[in-house]
Design a binder for this molecule. Structure first.
Ligand code: NAD
Ligand code: ZN
Length: 256
């Protein structure tokens, strides 16, 4: 099917749905200039191994390396803006009561585009907390991007309450998801009638199970991704385009 016909079909499904879940992954933020983990030479993982950086073990082994890397990632996010796709999604949510955004992203671009109550399955870059006592740390000082190297080494700040090390507020690969967020995402996936997954490779579990969960409970499952993923052949509709393009066109069709 031609992409325009597919977006048209999605627009009809969107209008008919009572409950819509939009699940976003790293590809949702790619057009803002935040590299994804897996695709292409520009991806973070092609330069650093996740095992070296995004695990609790790695942090315990080399705090300065890991904190330095997260400080750089915070600076990258602070230096970019939400794109037209983030804004279109926020506008679509205004047109459809019962639209929920569930994200694997640790940036704040949905919020900065005006979306509220976003469910963050993998935490947030900007919710650092104490490794020892768990208390949130005050706003972490992020040096400007220009002053940084990706491989900058930086010791984490100390907790104001107990002196423990401050750790990033993200979920690491060897950790489980925040229980409340995961529970809510499962409830939404099993109750919705349309799930749209955008910019996710469909490889990071358990988030990658949500589309199948929705499908098994009768929802239509739609994928938006310029590349093929393990979900592509299982989805009811697959739109091979970028988040910015497809969401912009979807919004225009829903408003027409
Ligand atoms: P991933 O990096 O595994 O896959 C990204 C997907 O996005 C790919 O399938 C790619 O084809 C697609 N993509 C690339 N450009 C796109 C575009 N313009 N529009 C739509 N899709 C596009 O991402 P994932 O599945 O989210 O898993 C990676 C993990 O890494 C997540 O858990 C996430 O927490 C973390 N991560 C987060 C960020 C962020 O917060 N912005 C960035 C990188 C990684
Ligand atoms: Zn503490």
């Amino acid at each position: 099917m031609h992409i325009n016909a597919s977006i048209h079909r999605l627009a009809r499904w969107f209008e008919a749905a009572r409950q819509v879940v939009v699940l976003t992954g790293a590809g949702m933020s790619a057009e803002s200039g935040i590299p994804t983990f897996r695709d292409g030479a520009d991806s973070l993982w092609s330069r650093f191994s996740p095992q070296d950086l995004a695990t609790a073990r790695a942090y315990r082994r080399d705090k300065a390396l890991v904190w330095g890397w997260y400080t750089w990632r915070m600076a990258v996010v602070r230096a970019v803006q939400p794109h037209a796709g983030h804004r279109a999604l926020s506008e679509l949510a205004g047109l459809k009561q019962g639209l929920s955004i569930v994200t694997q992203n640790v940036d704040d671009l949905h919020e900065r585009a005006g979306s509220n109550d976003v469910i963050h399955l993998h935490g947030s870059l900007f919710a650092s907390r104490c490794l020892a006592c768990g208390k949130p740390s005050a706003d972490t000082d992020v040096p400007p991007l220009a002053a940084q190297q990706p491989a900058l080494r930086l010791m984490p700040p100390r907790c104001a309450h107990c002196g423990g090390d401050i750790r990033p507020g993200v979920v690491w690969f060897d950790e489980s998801l925040p229980e409340a967020a995961w529970h809510e995402a499962c409830e939404l996936a099993t109750q919705c009638d349309l799930l749209i997954t955008i910019g996710s490779s469909g490889l990071v579990l358990p988030a990658a199970n949500l589309p199948a969960m929705a499908g098994q409970h009768g929802a239509k499952v739609v994928e938006i991704n310029p590349a093929r993923t393990p979900l592509t052949d299982q989805a009811d509709l697959s739109l091979q385009g970028t988040a910015g393009d497809v969401l912009g066109q979807l919004l225009a069709m829903v408003k027409a």
